[in-house]
Structure formats: structure tokens, C-alpha cells
Write a protein that binds this ligand. Sequence first.
Ligand code: ZN
Length: 141
Amino acid sequence: MGPRLMAQTVTGPLGAEGRYWDALVLGHLELPRCVGCGRWHWPAVWRCGDCGAWEHEWQPRRLAGEVFAWTRTWHPFAGAEGLEKPFVTVLVTLSDAPIRLIGVVEGEAVDLRIGAGVIGRIDRTRFGDAAIPAIRWSLAS
Ligand SMILES: [Zn+2]
């Protein structure tokens, strides 16, 4: 099963974000930027709402940024069966694109605070019967 097939099992019919999932499967992050006006779009869109352009260039971005918000989850819920409780979910503002991504924090999150520097890596998680890419964040040293 190639990356595209895997992404299809994750997202159903590939939408505008298909390339995001394909890149994660291959081990890196790519995000779309409008060719017409340069605006970053996340979630991905087919057409830019600012300038009307249909073309987006997917650019590699680093998995690094700072904590915008975080929460600790103590209770189980559907879709998170593979995570040991409690776990910390973080919303990260990327360092090199005005985009925020969500993910689970690895290890002890004792010193986690708004504005803390974090780095990410791509892991896998269970979602139903599928193993899908997931971004894991940890405090930058
Ligand atoms: Zn645009």
C-alpha cells in the first residue's frame, strides 16, 4: 500500500489536504501557500478566498514552533484509544508559517506553558483499524 492509498483510507476521498497526509506518510510536513497572493492556508482549500487563485504551492515546513494553547485529557474518548491517559494535546504556532497545528505532547509536560518552544516529529496513531500519521510534540531544549 503506497502513501496515497493510505491517505485515502484515512480521509476517504482525498480532499484539498491530500498532499498534507501524503507528505506526513513520507516523513515530512508540507503546507499549501497561494501562488496568487502568497497567503498560507490551513486547513487546505481548493481556491484562495482572498485572491481567487486556484493554484497552491505545497512547501516543506519545519516541525518547530511555540505553544499557543494546551490541555490535559484524563478521560477516554473515541479515536484516542491508542493514547495512554492522561495525555496532553497542544496547539502549536509554527515558526516558519503563520499556521497552527495540533498534536500530542510526548514525555513529561511538566514545564509546558504558553509560548514555550516545541519541536515535532511524525509518529503513527491508531484511528479505528488504520494506522495514520500523527504529529508528536516535545519541549525544545
Ligand atoms: Zn491568494
